[in-house]
Design a protein around this ligand. Structure first.
Ligand SMILES: [Zn+2]
Length: 63
C-alpha cells in the first residue's frame, strides 16, 4: 500500500515511515515530514469540506 503525501499530494511520491518509533512519515518528493496526527487532521478537514460539497451537489436539482 502506498500512502499519499499530505503536503504535495503527488501520487508518484514515495512516502516512507520513520523507523525510529516516532511514527512520522517522510515524503521523498517534497522532503516534508508529517505525523500520523497531521494525517488524521488533514483527512478530517478534507472530509468535512467534501461532505459539505457533496451535500450541495446531491441537493442540486437535476433535470
Ligand atoms: Zn510530498
Amino acid at each position: 500500500m502506498n500512502a499519499v503525501c499530505i503536503k504535495c499530494w503527488n501520487p508518484e511520491a514515495v512516502v516512507k515511515m520513520h523507523l525510529d518509533g516516532s511514527g512520522d512519515f517522510e515524503c521523498a518528493e517534497c522532503e516534508e515530514t508529517f505525523s500520523c496526527a497531521e494525517v488524521k487532521d488533514c483527512l478530517k478537514a478534507m472530509q468535512e469540506r467534501w461532505g459539505k460539497l457533496m451535500k450541495w451537489v446531491e441537493a442540486y436539482p437535476k433535470d
